[in-house]
Unconditional design. Sequence first.
Length: 330
Amino acid sequence: MTTMDDMQPTGDLPNHRDRSVGLVVFGAIEILVGLALEAFIPLSLLAMMFGGASDLSVALSSVAFFGILGLLFIALGVGAIRGRLWARELSLSLGWLWLITGVCTLVLTWLLAPGMWSGLAASTGLSGSAVVAVVVVVQLLLTILYVVLPAALVLFFRSPDVAATCRYRDPRSDWAGRCPQPLLALVVAYALGGLSVFAMPAYGFIFPCFGRIVSGPVGVMAWGLVTALAGILAWGTWHRARWAWWLAVAATVAATISTVATFATTDASTVLMAMALPIEQRRLLESIWPTSPWVHAVGWIVVWGSLLGYLIAVRRWFDGPHEPDGDRRR
């Protein structure tokens, strides 16, 4: 039977600064991010209405992907405002994932920048200086979106004062604390990786397969296997199973070899034809597609290498019994 004493919050807040106001601010930021993602849904539906049946797969993929991701951010924002411990844990994990993928995205855009300049100039007729100005503005916006914003989330939610505030306000919410924070970030990454299958219909379910591009029914089966693998890895990582680490390393190495071998040896027209994009989009992407195989190789090595490096860094968390929440490294 629950007593009044049981309802009293417990924790170490007296030894820390109260970060309730900060939780409201960053929770509101997460809600705004979620609302911005949800705004893609009506935009996608409008594109479907005015773009014709060829855009149906793109619109439906956007509705599913951005809709689910937007709801996730809104839920985390509401949870953070209410001082829920699970919201802090998941926000920190999502922030790290956002930051790492954002840095990789910026590296890829820098590698593509020369082709973007020439392609933009050819398609719009802008002068060279105007094109450079556009690219600089875009890079600044991407830096804010992919680095500054997630870095702010990470710096705030990783604070011991924030953790203490959430434990004090939500002492009974301990399910997220059962998994060490470094591994919880991996669980979130695998969950979002499985969620990415919803975006694949917009690109013809293309799948890089060790030097070949497969799509259509074969691509559907390949992405189905990826989704199943992501679920298995998420379950195994949550339970700190050693086999989950080895399986993740093997899958990452295989993905690196497959993507590098495919995109470094396959021309742009083959890839874009398999994606079944409208001719205007295909021409624009062909104009900025890097012709050097080394650009593709370096780009994909950066992407998968970051995941492999993270797996190596968290290797020790897959051994031994669960540790108390206060002893977990952030």
